[in-house]
Design a protein. Structure first.
Length: 238
């Protein structure tokens, strides 16, 4: 465990259900994730990767073991502490979760407004800039119902990134995107790691983006069974 790392997990176990229906979802997870890295969690359905992601992202309560996120212990943390931490994070999910009554720009603005009141002009400028980067400059005033599935997902990505979060948690962020759009999103996350030291943890089944990862964690039946890091050439190494 390295204290400077934004995420340190030690002896983590997690269960679903009670009594005879109780099932272990994660077992004995130890993991440290370096600042600025792009780490991918892979494994078959039911392997525990999304459960681990949501625990690290303050979206589930830690039952047993330790997770330190940005220096804060999550096991036993109060809801107010969790809320403050979530404001330092970005979330991208396969389901875009856009508000259907708000335009693309208004949906992205929500990613800034959760941090409290700010300079409205600067917030709008940052919003338009992020949508432009993602190829949506001509869709800022469109409602989600008038956007394609891939465009909706790019709006969701813009919403997650516009506040410059310290850590980004992404669950199948490229599933609704074509190859080029998916690669562009992941390249942006990779660039944020280099320039802003933003840390990204991503669950994916998308083999098209694996070569961009700094690290690939493989999971099966709630346990880590593989851990590979990219070499200077970008190729995975054990």
């Amino acid at each position: 465990m390295v204290e400077d790392n934004p995420i340190n997990v030690a002896g983590l176990n997690h269960f679903f259900g009670v009594g005879e229906a109780r099932k272990q979802a994660l077992g004995d997870i130890d993991l440290s994730i370096e600042r600025g890295s792009l780490t991918i969690l892979m494994g078959p359905s039911g392997s525990g990767k999304t459960t681990l992601l949501t625990l690290m992202g303050c979206l589930r309560e830690v039952q047993d073991g330790s997770i330190k996120l940005l220096g804060q212990e999550l096991h036993g943390a109060h809801e107010a502490q969790m809320v403050m931490l979530r404001r330092r994070l970005g979330f991208i999910f396969q389901a875009h979760n856009l508000h259907e009554s708000l335009t693309a720009a208004q949906n992205v603005l929500m990613g800034l407004q959760v941090h409290g009141p700010g300079n409205a002009a600067k917030q709008l400028s940052a919003t338009i800039h992020m949508l432009d980067i993602l190829g949506l400059a001509d869709r800022v005033d469109y409602l989600p119902g008038n956007l394609s599935g891939g465009q909706k997902q790019r709006v969701a990505v813009a919403r997650a990134l516009v506040s410059n979060p310290e850590v980004i948690f992404a669950d199948e962020p490229t599933a609704a995107l074509d190859r080029e759009a998916g690669l562009n999103v992941v390249k942006m996350l990779k660039a944020m790691g280099r320039t802003r030291r933003t840390t990204t943890v991503m669950v994916t089944h998308d083999n098209r983006i694996l070569e961009l990862a700094d690290r690939i964690i493989s999971m099966e039946e709630g346990r880590i069974v593989g851990d590979t890091r990219s070499s200077p050439t970008g190729k995975p190494t054990p």
